[in-house]
Design a protein around this ligand. Structure first.
Ligand SMILES: Cc1cc2nc3c(=O)[nH]c(=O)nc-3n(C[C@H](O)[C@H](O)[C@H](O)COP(=O)(O)OP(=O)(O)OC[C@H]3O[C@@H](n4cnc5c(N)ncnc54)[C@H](O)[C@@H]3O)c2cc1C
Length: 408
């Protein structure tokens, strides 16, 4: 991609590394994904033939943003693959490995990990299937769903990979080559960990996905009442927007309280009805909390990332609950032989998610966000450097470390 210095528009095109003026300055090496050929590349007076243009000239940014939504879905789908492999590894190992007189999988601590792994894998696949099918149909705006799916699956996938390492014990940390050399099954938990971690960083990091979704969550309020919290807007202008705001919220706010999210709603969903009722009630509660957050923090809300991230996490859990219940019900309606088994893990997932959502709602208003931020500022300003210097014999700071490396 490059920006035209005159029109300031971005265009996308293909450049071949053999061309004159293209130089691979440095080939990057990563802890995992070792087949990648990312590099620092310099371009000096490179001439690009017109036929190498992708799409229309000046439309590069639009192409990038549009393809990003679909491209982003490769991560949550890949995460499902990793989770399935992890489940298979853990099921086998936790049944075979005996400690303290029984298979490790039958000790409650490990059993619970395995149950959550199965429940989360089912949920991950449900949300990936739903979002991918929306993308394939082509008539949905999937920006939010793709971001939610990417964020949720990459995070749960990482937790699952971490659990594989824990459940495999010392063998989890051992490379597959070493395992094979001593006659053990070459399970690649170590490699999974190295390869998987990047999923929470590229194609939109955890933090950027949260911010992107948070912006959408407050967008309607900013459209309607943005002027009231914008310090650059004059008092007269604010008063001018007041009637429109009053009309909007006179309808909007009460309807976030009204609505029936209890029995007999969703009764057709059988054992899942209670979970959908919870999603229904929590969605309205979430809308109210976003509004309360705007009233409380006003223009500062954009900097209240802890508050905004919790909002996004609640929305994400509710979305995944819905996808999970829908898939379990679809499997039952289709008469699939696995439907009853799927229902068990879907139910467990929803119970876990309900607890998580309740805690997140609680933490919205009872937290240490301000104090924690102050401590972080202190750390950044060097308040706690004394603690780093306690590492006797090791370079205390990054600059000392660099100096040591330079002289080595
Ligand atoms: C193996 C690998 C392959 C890659 N492949 C590609 C590729 O094919 N194409 C491509 O374009 N890029 C690629 N990248 C780059 C990748 O997309 C970026 O590394 C990633 O988007 C994060 O950007 P950054 O490294 O600049 O981190 P930074 O932006 O420097 O962020 C550092 C940290 O701060 C957080 N952060 C940043 N801004 C905020 C904020 N406003 N609020 C809160 N937290 C914030 C980030 O989430 C991150 O945790 C690749 C990277 C790697 C490691």
């Amino acid at each position: 991609m490059a920006k035209d210095s005159q029109t300031k528009k971005i265009s996308a095109f293909v450049v071949e590394t053999e061309w004159e003026g293209v130089k691979v300055e440095h080939r990057c090496h990563f802890m995992g994904l070792r087949a990648l050929a990312n590099a620092v590349i310099s371009f000096t007076h490179v001439r690009v033939p017109r036929e190498n243009l992708i799409g229309q000239e000046g439309k590069g940014l639009k192409i990038a943003l549009t393809t990003l939504n679909d491209g982003r879905l490769s991560i949550p789908n890949g995460s499902v693959g990793a989770a399935k492999r992890a489940l298979s590894i853990c099921r086998t190992w936790a049944s075979e490995r005996v400690q303290w007189g029984k298979p490790v999988g039958k000790h409650e601590a490990i059993a619970h990990k395995i149950a959550d792994m199965a429940a989360n894998t089912f949920a991950m696949e449900s949300i990936a299937r739903l979002t991918t099918s929306m993308s394939t149909q082509g008539n949905f705006d999937i920006r939010l769903e793709a971001a939610a799916c990417k964020l949720w699956n990459s995070t749960r996938g990482w937790e699952i990979v971490d659990d594989v390492m824990q459940i495999r014990g010392g063998r989890g940390y051992e490379t597959e080559i070493s395992l094979a050399a001593r006659g053990e099954e070459p399970v690649n938990a170590e490699r999974m960990m190295r390869d998987y971690r990047i999923n929470r960083i590229f194609e939109g990091s955890d933090e950027i996905m949260h911010l992107f979704m948070a912006r959408e969550a407050v967008d309607k309020h900013l459209q309607v009442a943005g002027a009231m919290i914008d310090p650059s807007v004059s008092l007269a202008q604010r008063l001018g927007t007041l009637p429109r705001i009053v009309v909007f919220y006179a309808w909007w706010y009460p309807t976030r309280w009204l609505g029936w999210g209890r029995w007999p709603r969703y009764s057709g969903f059988g054992r899942f009805a209670r979970h959908l009722r919870f999603v229904d009630r929590s969605s309205r509660k979430l809308a109210r909390q976003i509004f309360h957050g705007m009233l409380m923090h006003q223009a500062k809300l954009q900097h209240k990332q802890a508050f905004l991230f919790r909002i996004v996490d609640i929305a994400d859990e509710l979305f995944v609950m819905t996808a999970t219940v829908s898939r379990a019900r679809m499997m039952a309606e289709a008469g699939l032989p696995e439907a009853e088994k799927a229902a068990k893990v879907a139910d467990l997932f929803c119970r876990n998610a309900t607890r998580k959502v309740r805690k997140l709602f609680h933490d919205l208003w009872a937290n240490d966000d301000v104090g924690k931020y102050r401590v972080a500022l202190g750390v950044l300003e060097g308040d706690q450097v004394w603690m780093e210097q306690l590492l006797e014999g090791l370079p205390a700071t990054a600059s000392q470390k660099r100096a040591k490396l330079a002289t080595a």
